[in-house]
Design a protein around this ligand. Structure first.
Ligand code: GUN
Ligand code: ZN
Length: 456
């Protein structure tokens, strides 16, 4: 097998011809990619080609390697020279709520009051297709501007809100997962469906969107307290009928929520058991938060191969608690990273990595920048079952990539200027960077032009 750690010649197709006349673009910069999971293999699993290039042929990555060798091998390719910018796979945000774009940074409440005071009134507005379309477009333009090319997003209970997000993603060529957020109790009547409607409306949305282009449907019960057991059962049946869909929900976020789940489901062994009994535990399940887990829950999550999605800015902002990254990784859990917009306080996966670092410090484990970057790219892609397609730069993968300026503000520039190593140059951008660091974004091989500043 070829040694991927020291590519002397470009890895990939011998000659990128531009199949079918599609454009071939050679993007030059510092190329960061992963040969393995750095949590398992150490930081050396991250590979850097200091003066490197990514050859994009249509919608796919055709080759990566040293810039000079790629230029020589592909003289006809259009060259986009990003200078010393870092070239990486686009960020993967594995848990977000696009309808909460307008209420991000709402003050002073813990989870249940926050839902009732801010979230539910805002989500009521998404029965209006024009409102849903406007927010979906604004949200996707914001995340792209922050270097995020894939999200797993909750919508609202209105099917119109799902149509709006998938249509906006399709227009931008993005690979996303999303689904109708199902609730049939403990929420305003205007947001509640029933077990049957949740099933039937989700099924109709699956038929319309799942597997269309780059779109993936995620069956989406909001969380145990806002569903009856009948609704969870109906969604478990739906998942069994459509096993290639993802399933996303919340698990064990805040202690008051845990007490509430115990009261609502006295027969369940624990919170996870509520979902497991309904058939909502499996390899395609994405559980947001996962903070206050029992030993049994951890064992079952691992056995099932489910994904645990760490939402560090949200967990700090809503006051939920400290995710046990080191312990969960050590026992072999699959972990993804997410903003949880708008319970989370940012659209930026850089800011999210910084918060994950800080929470790691509070728990006594300093996450290496290579681990943080992997979580924000390949780890998220693995959690979403998309690791073969996105989340890394490698020949054959879909061309979702970003270029980052590692000196995007004076504060960052003065720190990265004295860096002695690659990761020392990157870490200030992780800790202090935002959308100003994003110098270029390619989605499915297409360079994105910055959208107009969001209005209104
Ligand atoms: N639990 C149930 N719904 C939500 C939500 O919208 N955000 C967060 N952070 N937690 C939830
Ligand atoms: Zn959430």
């Amino acid at each position: 097998m070829r040694d991927l750690r020291h590519p002397r010649t470009p890895i990939g197709f011998a000659q990128a011809q531009g199949a079918g006349g599609l454009r071939v673009e050679l993007i030059l910069g510092q190329v960061l990619h992963f040969a393995a999971d750095p949590f398992a293999e150490g930081p050396a699993a991250a590979l850097v080609e200091t003066r490197g290039g990514v050859l994009v042929d249509g919608t796919r990555i055709a080759a990566i390697g040293p810039a000079a060798a790629l230029r020589a091998a592909h003289p006809a390719a259009r060259v986009t020279d990003m200078g010393s910018a870092l070239l990486s796979a686009g960020f993967v945000d594995a848990h977000a709520h696009y309808p909460q774009t307008g209420i991000i940074a709402s003050w002073g409440k813990r989870l249940i009051d926050w839902l009732n005071s801010y979230t539910f009134p805002e989500e009521m507005r998404f029965g209006d297709p024009a409102h849903a379309a406007a927010v979906a477009a604004r949200y996707l333009d914001l995340v792209l501007a922050h270097g995020t090319t894939t999200v797993a997003s909750f919508c609202t209970s209105h099917p119109e809100s799902v149509d709006a997000l998938f249509a906006a993603a399709e227009a931008r060529g993005m690979r996303i997962a999303a689904g109708k957020t199902c609730m049939d109790r403990n929420a305003p009547p205007g947001l509640c469906d029933t077990a049957e409607r949740a099933h039937d409306e989700s099924a109709a949305l699956i038929a319309r969107w799942h597997g269309r282009g780059r779109l993936v449907y995620a069956i989406t019960p909001r969380f145990a307290p806002t569903s009856t057991p009948e609704q969870l059962d109906a969604l478990g049946t739906l998942w069994a009928d459509h096993p290639t869909c993802l399933m996303q929900t919340h698990l064990s976020e805040q202690t008051e929520e845990l007490d509430w789940v115990r009261a609502l489901y006295p027969e369940a062994r624990d919170y996870l058991d509520v979902y497991e009994r309904a058939g909502l535990l499996g390899p395609g399940a994405l559980f947001g938060h996962c903070i206050h887990l029992t030993g049994r829950e951890r064992m079952r999550l691992r056995e099932a191969g489910a994904a645990l999605i760490h939402c560090p800015t949200s967990n700090a902002f809503i006051g939920s608690g400290l995710f046990d990254m080191a312990g969960l990784i050590a026992e072999g859990q699959r972990v993804g990273l997410a903003t949880d917009t708008g319970g989370g306080s940012s659209f930026s996966m850089l800011r999210t990595m910084a918060a994950a670092y800080e929470i790691g410090q509070l728990r006594g484990r300093a996450l290496h920048p290579a681990e943080l970057w992997w979580l924000a790219t390949a780890g998220g892609a693995r959690a979403m079952g998309m690791a073969e397609r996105i989340g890394n730069l490698a020949p054959g993968m879909e061309a979702d990539l970003i270029a980052l300026d590692l000196a995007s503000t004076p504060a960052i520039a003065q720190r990265s200027a004295r860096a002695g190593t690659f990761w020392e140059a990157v870490f200030p951008t992780i800790m202090m960077g935002d959308d100003r660091a994003i110098a270029g974004v390619w989605v499915n091989g297409q360079r994105q032009r910055p959208a107009e500043a969001p209005r209104g």
